[in-house]
Ligand binder design. Structure first.
Ligand SMILES: Cc1cc2nc3c(=O)[nH]c(=O)nc-3n(C[C@H](O)[C@H](O)[C@H](O)COP(=O)(O)O)c2cc1C
Length: 187
């Protein structure tokens, strides 16, 4: 087993979410490489929509600290985002925003982030990744150059949860290798 671990955070809580499926496929691919990897489900960390008044009054969401602590345990975090109108989801944006206001764990420091998307459509959600990348770079988060957008995601996974579409699977494999190498810098 490697000395690093990787969290994978999908930007959807939907039962049949293709992005939750892609998150699971990343976990399987990383585990096959001997790396500890786990999916962090946003449904386990419900956060109210960000409010400046709540922050000013010290009313941080109850689960924010636990989510930050969970992500901060890992040397790398993969954000797996659905594309809503060419952008990321309100769910993931809200998580990113709240984490940027949480001061105890500094999730955006001392770890590497990677970006991926899945969509039933033909572009695989690639347009949302440029918005996500802009955000992460502006926050100052170390962000892996390699990224993955899985199109036709309804047919991209097998029953065991592996990504089977040939080209995306090869891209995921290469991306995992790069992410593992980068995460080791934070071990
Ligand atoms: C409000 C909304 C906007 C959407 N916009 C896009 C889009 O711009 N590009 C795209 O590929 N799919 C778009 N979709 C379809 C989503 O990719 C699809 O619903 C996907 O399954 C959502 O991700 P999930 O399965 O992980 O929940 C949109 C869906 C919704 C609800």
């Amino acid at each position: 087993m490697s000395d690093i671990s990787i969290a994978i955070l999908p930007g959807s809580t939907r039962e049949a979410s293709v992005n939750r499926q892609l998150a699971k496929a990343f976990a399987l691919a990383l585990q096959a490489k001997g790396v500890s990897a786990s999916v962090v489900e946003p449904a386990d960390y419900p956060l109210a929509m960000y409010s400046g008044d709540d922050e000013a009054n010290g009313n941080f969401p109850e689960k924010l600290d636990a989510l930050a602590a969970e992500l901060a345990r890992h040397q790398a975090v993969i954000l797996v985002s659905p594309e809503y109108n060419a952008c990321t989801t309100p769910l993931l944006k809200n998580i990113i925003d709240w984490l940027s206001r949480e001061k105890e764990h500094n999730v955006y420091e001392r770890r590497i982030f990677a970006l991926a998307a899945a969509s039933p459509g033909g572009l695989g959600g690639i347009r949302c990744l440029s918005h996500l990348r802009d955000m992460m770079v502006s926050i100052g988060a170390d962000t892996l150059t390699a990224q993955l957008a899985v199109s036709g995601a309804g047919q991209a996974f097998n029953d065991e949860g592996h990504l089977t579409a040939e080209r995306p699977a090869a891209m995921m494999d290469a991306m995992c290798d790069k992410l593992i190498a980068s995460a080791k810098r934070y071990a």
